[in-house]
Each structure stands twice: as C-alpha cells, then as structure tokens.
Ligand binder design. Structure first.
Ligand code: ARG
Length: 467
C-alpha cells in the first residue's frame, strides 16, 4: 500500500502513520525557540543569497524567497504569526509560512542546509546580539562604580577580614575592588564572544553538502568572524553556550557578593549606606520595613545560573558526534541565563549611582574596631622594635582598651608605658585614622591619592576593553 505522508510535516515523506499527539508535544521546541525567529530569518536570507550567487538558485527565486521571508518577519513582529506545535520548531514554522506565501519556490530554501546547522547558526546569532547588549550594560555599571569610587575616595571605613574590622580603607577603594571583579568578567565575556561568532552553516546535517556553496560569503553576510572548520563539530558543538554560562556564573557569583555587602551595609546594624526607595519594597505586615529586595533577589538568582551551567555540562556529557536531539535542551537554560544576567546587570547599573553613603556612620564604625592596631605596631617597628614584640605590646594595649571599653587613642601614654617603657607621644600620631589611611600609599593601596589614580586608570581600562 502506498504511504500517505502527514501533510503537516516537512519530513513526513517516509512515514506512514501520523505522530502521536503526546510525542508531538514532547518533541516540539517551538514554545521556546520562537525566540530565535528573527535570527532564523536573517540566516535564511543570507543562505538563499549565497545559493543564488553560487548558481544553485536563480536570481528571481532568491528575490521571491527573500521578499517572502521579509513578509513573514513583518507578521512575526506584528504579533500576527500563528505558531504551530505540529510544525515542531521555529525553523519549520517559518519555512511553512514562507511556502504558504510564495508557493513551491519557498521549498527550495532548504537546499544545502539542515536544521542542525541552521539552529546552531541561529543560537550563535542570538547569543552574539545578547552579549553585545550585556557589554553595553556592563560598561554603564563599570562607569558607575568608578564614579562612585572617585566620589568616595576620601571616605574612611573599616575594611574587614572574617567580617571582623581589620584595617582602615577608603570606601572608594572598596568600590574599585568590585570594579576589578566586573572588569575581569567583561573581558571574559568579550573573549567568549570570539568563540560564539563562528559560522556553522554549511555543515548540513553533519557531513556538509554536495552543492557548490560559499560559506565565507554567508559568514560575511551575517557578520561572523570565522567559518567552523569541521562539519561534525559545527553541528554538535555547544561549548560556546557552556562557556557563556560559565562567564555568567562567575558574574552572578560576583553580583551575589556585592549584593551581600549591600544588604549588610543597608541593615540597621551597619547603617553604612542607604539604598534608594526605588530599589526597595515594604512589608505587608511590618510598617517600618524597607527591604533591600533588589540585591537580595540578585543574590538569590545566582543559584539558577549556576544550575544552568551544570545542566548544560550534563546535557553535553557523553554525547556522541554529531547532532543529537538532546541539543534541543540547550535553549531554555541558555535563554534563562541571558535574561537573568541581563536583569541583574541592569539592576546593579541603575542602583549603584543612587547609593547614599553615610560617611559619618562609616567613620564611627572605623573608630570602634581597633583598626589602627596594625599602624601602631608598624610604628613601634619603625622605632626599632622587632615586629613580634611590637605585636605583643599592641595586643596588650587592645586587651586593656577592651576592658575599659575605649579606643586605642583613648589610652594614656602612661598606660602604654606599662607595656613598653620607651614609648613617647608619637604613638598618637600613628593611631590617627586618616593618617593610617593615607599611609597605604602605593600602587594598589587604599590611600585616597591612590584611589584617585586608580580611577583614572580604570577609565582607560574600560575604554581599552570595550572600545
Ligand atoms: N529544534 C531542534 C533543536 O533545537 C532543531 C534541530 C533539529 N534537527 C533534527 N534533525 N531533529 O535542536
């Protein structure tokens, strides 16, 4: 008996029975890959143009196909496109819409191409665009951090180790530490973009095509820097998605650290900063509350991105060459990673310039934690004491100050002379907080002059990374 192909399915020819309804739903990706529609159309037009230039299509056919695809694009943009699960994915939905519009000539579009190289091309085009958007947002975050660092270059605060007050630092220096993290992430993302921007199209299903194609031309039309070297690798490689998600994970890890500090600093216990009302929300029960929801959410969202990284690695683990349907599972984690990273970056870029720094509270906290103890010990070393002896003398002074509930500069010279008879008034200079801050005056140090110089370099480094 002759087969009756399912008229809905572009691949229905070798089938004699329709697809099970559940299987149709189960295997479809159109619910999420329709996000790639514009990239799919762009890729198809470039492919058809190259086929015409190589004589595989004639010019009239190319014109009809290109105009038809533009019309489909207009429908999609106008929200007038009906996506069908029966047509499985974004590629077959668009191809069918083209054929419905322009007739049989539309069926020639898929010459010398497979959905395998098509989808890999679409994702790369999509991710490249989103990386460019991210780089722009990262630039504004970096600019904001440098501006805040410059504004608060002289602002004294306690620096911490183990979340215990440790040594005096400038608030601006702390902002520049954040800057370093985010600049490294920006460099990583730029580097990742180079490996995203490679053209798979022309790899066909896995082994290339028998038609005389010009892959360099397609790369040129689509703005790819290079053409994938190996057809098997081209259709199966998802390293670029894993790499992007790894970059995103490190970024989100950094955002989570910044968030944690913002939440702590914004608490009543610290009171170091005020996060603007626009970035906070209230409590439905407790009228006094103003919660730092935005940094809390960013901190929380880091989890899903780390999860996507592990998910994508596991997706690719043990896959034999070349394309496998498993790969369809790459899109949702990748899309969610891009969206989450984009939102978090935007949140930080907008929040940072609005931060109100409570300088008096920072100074008061700096006066409390004995953060000038190292400075006093260093001073004793300069007076000729071995560092270990100096450490012990200052340790004893700290114990006395703890007992009295006072600061180191509130002990008297007589108190100090009990621990080291040779001490003089100069120790009080050494205990001066601003002096201690300014004394850390070397490349990479926290002295306000260094912070200002680092801000100038930071602006140049942003330009070098992103121009
Ligand atoms: N929807 C598929 C994906 O996202 C497109 C490629 C399918 N290719 C195939 N031969 N079934 O990976």
């Amino acid at each position: 008996m002759p087969a009756t192909p399912d008229p809905e399915k572009p691949w229905g020819g070798r089938f004699t029975a329709p697809t099970d309804a559940f299987v149709e739903e189960f295997t479809a990706s159109v619910g999420f890959d329709q996000r790639l529609a514009l990239q799919d159309i762009r890729g198809s037009i470039a492919h058809a143009c190259m086929l015409a230039e190589c004589g595989v299509l004639d010019d009239a056919e190319f014109t009809v196909i290109a105009e038809g695809l533009e019309a489909v694009r207009a429908d999609i943009e106008a929200g007038q496109f009906e996506w069908s699960v029966k047509l499985e994915d974004v590629h077959m939905n668009i191809e069918r819409a083209l054929v419905e519009r322009v007739g049989d000539v539309g069926k020639k579009l898929h010459t010398a191409r497979s959905r395998n190289d098509q989808v890999a091309t679409d994702i790369r085009l999509y991710l490249r665009e989103r990386i460019d958007g991210l780089l722009t947002a990262l630039r504004s975050l970096l600019d904001g951090l440098v501006a805040l660092a410059e504004r608060e270059a002289d602002t004294l605060m306690p620096g911490y180790t183990h979340l215990q007050a440790a040594q005096p630092i400038a608030f601006g220096h702390h902002m520049l530490a954040w800057f370093e993290m985010i600049l490294r992430d920006t460099e990583r993302l730029r580097d990742c973009r180079r490996r995203v921007n490679v053209l798979p199209l022309g790899a066909g299903a896995l082994a290339g095509t028998t038609f005389p194609i010009d892959r360099e031309r397609v790369a040129e039309l689509l703005g790819f820097d290079a053409v994938a070297e190996n057809s098997l690798d081209a259709v199966s490689d998802r390293d670029f998605a894993i790499e992007f998600t790894a970059c995103a994970s490190i970024l989100m890890m950094h955002y989570s650290r910044m968030s944690e500090e913002l939440v702590l600093w914004n608490s009543q216990a610290f009171g170091f900063i005020d996060i603007a009302d626009a970035f906070c929300t209230g409590s439905s029960m407790m009228p006094q509350k103003k919660n730092p929801d935005v940094p809390e959410l960013v901190r929380g969202k880091s989890g899903r991105v780390f999860g996507h990284l592990v998910g994508l690695l596991t997706l690719m683990k043990s896959q034999p060459l070349a394309y496998n349907k498993d790969n369809q599972e790459d899109k949702e984690p990748l899309f969610d990673t891009v969206d989450t990273l984009d939102a978090a970056t935007r949140a930080f870029a907008e929040l940072v310039p609005t931060l109100r720094v409570r300088r008096e509270r920072l100074r008061a906290a700096a006066a409390q934690g004995f953060i000038n103890a190292t400075d006093l010990a260093d001073h004793l070393v300069r007076m000729g004491r071995p560092f270990r002896d100096a450490h012990a003398v200052v340790g004893a002074a700290v114990a006395l100050a703890v007992e009295r509930g006072c600061a180191l500069d509130e002990l008297t010279l007589e108190d100090y002379r009990r621990f080291d008879a040779g001490l003089d008034e100069s120790i009080f200079n050494a205990l001066d907080m601003d002096r201690a801050l300014n004394a850390r005056n070397h490349f990479g140090g926290t002295a306000p002059a260094q912070v200002r110089a680092a801000c100038i370099r930071a602006r140049e480094r942003i330009a070098r990374t992103l121009d």
